[in-house]
Design a protein around this ligand. Structure first.
Ligand code: GLC
Length: 578
């Protein structure tokens, strides 16, 4: 890092129990008259062995807005932090110095999370003044890696409470166990000049497009595991209410439906790409997070009579999911050539073209773009009957590497592809959220003519610096930290000068995004976390997963038992045992 930067973070604190004490708010928070708290209605244990989380709230009561001088984060060798207090207000200000002066950067931090963005000049923050679960993950990791564990613990417990609420959208309540996309801290007046802060979650009922936050619960589980791994404090995940929270999320994801595949069936916009982008069905991002969350749950769930069924279900699903993704989502040059020559309309158990993909779907960009050799390839964005979405989605591919959803060979090949297609996927700013952009008629139909998602902007081929920490983790796992160093250096040259934008536009990420927020917290946190991970490979390694041979065995056995000739042990081996 060039020695001329200083980061100042302004922080406010909120005690863990402020909102919990206010039972009126709990059972019917301000705007949402139809909400009620599940805790009041649940039996002590449901049929899946889920304990009622009643009375599981930490019980401190005093409101404690205070100024605390704390050192937050040493993001790189050259960063050091000091703190100051701002005019007696409830603010922590943290100044990161790495030499000379720099412009101050302000990030609003609550004791239970970080706001999505904090641009003082922004007059219409919409919901960017809320704490998003997915946005907090890099913040949480930055705090954990620095030893600031309390905020992460509070975040996990606050959001666990929100999970127990029931919200309604047009008279309908989404499933129990759903985690909100975000929450807002509201200040409610009490008697005299006192006031109380309460958390108001958004489960999608206010979100633009009313999208379902499927990824929130998955991220929550992943962060919970990271908390244990990094702090060594496993008592949090062992708490009964936390165990219940894990089971509720897992149950919601594992419940039976009309699905034919082990992949999780979701509506459009159910993850980081939280608006219409043609990713309904079985998008890779959700599958990779689902796999990671199931692997985390399997590690964290205490084995007892009430959990043995769900653990069994998780194991079976993990095996089936990795087999399905490895076998059906993987493309390299020869697989694309195979699809290009597919026979269609095959009615049989032994069909090669199981999903009836018409070769016409193999577009010219893909044939040009896919590298020549077998050592490069990637997992496609989505697979549903009659449709393979060949776009490259970065987050899903990175999490397939991190969680070992892909085989070791596939994981290596994904990273090779990113290296070979560096100009397309990284260009001036790491990293493209997806490649290529939807244009012309496809843009009209698939995005619904979304002016924010025009070609090479925002979710439609924009470049998102927050993806950097996940890229860094994947590079460290695959023994190529120098690739991450290169990307971090590139980001470092611009991010601070550009005031930490949310995303960049154009084919090679040259421009700050058209509607990009500035001082976007997960841009800053993603950058800091990348730096910290690069300095500590050992800690980084506690955040990823290696191949699990027990899971592979389960899959091979299941295939053998089904007696289907195509699903022989040898076929499984060639796909999943390498
Ligand atoms: C946008 C992004 C979403 C993010 C939110 C808050 O809606 O699409 O991924 O969580 O902003 O930053």
């Amino acid at each position: 890092m060039r020695p001329s930067k200083c980061i100042r973070l302004a922080l406010t604190r909120l005690t863990p129990s402020n909102y919990i004490r206010d039972t009126a708010f709990r059972s019917c928070p301000s705007r949402f008259l139809s909400c009620r708290n599940h805790n009041n209605n649940l039996p002590n244990q449901d049929t899946n062995g889920i304990n009622n989380p009643r009375n599981s709230v930490p019980s401190s009561t005093d409101r404690q807005n205070f100024v605390a001088a704390r050192v937050v984060s040493e993001a790189s060798r050259s960063l050091s932090f000091t703190t100051t207090c701002a005019n007696g207000t409830a603010l922590d200000q943290i100044i990161a110095k790495n030499g000379l002066n720099v412009k101050p950067l302000t990030v609003e931090r609550l004791q239970g999370g970080t706001m999505a963005a904090n641009d003082p000049t922004d007059t219409a923050p919409l919901n960017y003044d809320q704490v998003f679960i997915r946005d907090f993950i890099p913040s949480g990791l930055a705090f954990l890696l620095k030893g600031e564990t309390e905020i992460v613990r509070n975040f996990l417990l606050h959001t666990l409470q929100l999970q127990s609420w029931e919200k309604t959208v047009d008279c309908y309540s989404p499933g129990q166990g759903l985690m909100p996309a975000s929450f807002k801290v509201r200040t409610l007046p009490l008697e005299e000049d006192k006031f109380e802060e309460v958390l108001d979650p958004d489960f999608g009922e206010s979100a633009i497009g009313r999208v379902a936050p499927v990824d929130s619960g998955l991220w929550w589980i992943i962060l919970l595991r990271a908390y244990g791994k990094i702090t060594g404090d496993y008592s949090l995940q062992e708490r009964i209410d936390v165990q219940t929270g894990i089971k509720m999320i897992a149950n919601l994801c594992l419940s039976d439906g009309f699905d034919m595949f082990p992949t999780l069936l979701v509506t459009d916009g159910s993850c980081m790409i939280d608006r219409r982008m043609g990713i309904h069905g079985h998008p890779l991002e959700i599958q990779a997070l689902f796999y990671s969350a199931l692997r985390s749950s399997r590690e964290m769930l205490a084995v007892n009579d009430s959990s043995k069924n769900i653990i069994k279900t998780i194991n079976n699903r993990l095996s089936a999911l990795s087999f399905h993704i490895r076998e059906n989502y993987w493309v390299d040059k020869s697989k694309i050539n195979e699809i290009y020559r597919y026979k269609t309309e095959e009615y049989s158990m032994d069909a090669t073209n199981k999903f009836n993909i018409y070769p016409e779907q193999v577009s010219p960009w893909l044939m040009d773009w896919i590298p020549e050799g077998p050592q490069s390839g990637f997992l496609v964005g989505n697979l549903t009957p009659g449709h393979m979405d060949f776009r490259f989605f970065t987050l899903g591919n990175l999490w397939s590497i991190i969680s070992s959803l892909g085989t070791p060979r596939q994981n290596q090949a994904i990273l090779n592809l990113i290296e070979e297609r560096w100009d397309d996927l990284i260009g001036h700013m790491p990293l493209k959220i997806c490649y290529p952009a939807l244009e012309s008629a496809e843009w009209h139909i698939i995005t619904g003519s979304d002016p924010k998602n025009t070609p090479w902007s925002y979710h439609n081929g924009g470049s998102w610096p927050t993806l950097l920490w996940q890229f860094t983790l994947a590079c460290i796992k695959m023994g190529k930290p120098e690739l991450a160093e290169k990307a971090v250096t590139l980001a470092e040259e611009r991010l601070q000068a550009d005031r930490w934008p949310e995303y960049y536009d154009t084919r090679d990420g040259k421009f700050i995004g058209k509607k990009s927020r500035l001082y976007q917290t997960w841009t800053i946190a993603g950058f800091l976390t990348s730096k910290q991970l690069l300095q500590n490979h050992e800690l980084a390694s506690s955040l990823f997963w290696e191949e699990d041979f027990e899971l592979l065995e389960t899959c091979v056995c299941a295939l053998t038992k089904s007696g289907r000739t195509k699903c022989s042990r040898a076929a499984a081996k060639s796909q999943i045992l390498i």
